[in-house]
Every structure is written in structure tokens, then in C-alpha cells.
Design a protein. Structure first.
Length: 106
């Protein structure tokens, strides 16, 4: 599956637009890591626990989006975007979305 943030793929032509595909997940870390993160807020610097949490969530959301595109028999997803929102303290939703397309065969 080709994923791109652009509306075109080099040396490829879109034959058919199949529609919007999306995948989302709400991810959180356990309380112990939230406590560590709160101390990090006081002294500053990267909060690695949340970086890891959001990276994991992006991967899950992306996989879910790809699965939906595969069900449509898509060759690629163009205009891929990610959106995040805080659902509650220590939990965030990641939404991955894009346009599933069928590419012309060479």
C-alpha cells in the first residue's frame, strides 16, 4: 500500500477515487508513567512516555486506515493526514485519514 501526504504519486496516475478511509485509536499510558510525566513537566524536557504513546497510537491508527483501504481494493492512500485531540488527562485520540485510490496499471 502506497501512502502519501500529497495528492499525486510520482510516475503513477489515479484511475479511480474510492473514497475517504480513516483509522483512529484512543491511547493512554498507565498511572505510573503519568506520574513520571508530571515530574518531567516541572523540570522541562521531552516527555518520552507521551512521545511513545503517540507514536504507538499513530501506528495503530495508520494500520486501521490501511485495513479499510485494502477492503476497498485500493492501491494507495493519498492526502494522508493525522489529527490528535486530548480525550482526558493522559489519553489522546489519533485519527489517520486519507483518500483511497485505485492506480492505473503500467
Amino acid at each position: 500500500m502506497i501512502l502519501t501526504t500529497t495528492e499525486k504519486i510520482a510516475n503513477k496516475e489515479v484511475e479511480k477515487t474510492l473514497g475517504l478511509v480513516k483509522g483512529n485509536v484512543i491511547q493512554s499510558k498507565h498511572v505510573g508513567k503519568d506520574i513520571i510525566a508530571s515530574f518531567k513537566q516541572i523540570i522541562g524536557g521531552e516527555i518520552k512516555q507521551y512521545t511513545e504513546m503517540l507514536s504507538e497510537a499513530r501506528e495503530i491508527a495508520t494500520k486501521r486506515m490501511i485495513t479499510k483501504a485494502e477492503k476497498l481494493d485500493a492501491d494507495a492512500i493519498i492526502n494522508v493526514r493525522f489529527m490528535t485531540s486530548m480525550v482526558m488527562t493522559g489519553a489522546a485520540e489519533i485519527l489517520a485519514y486519507g483518500t483511497a485510490v485505485k492506480l492505473k496499471k503500467d
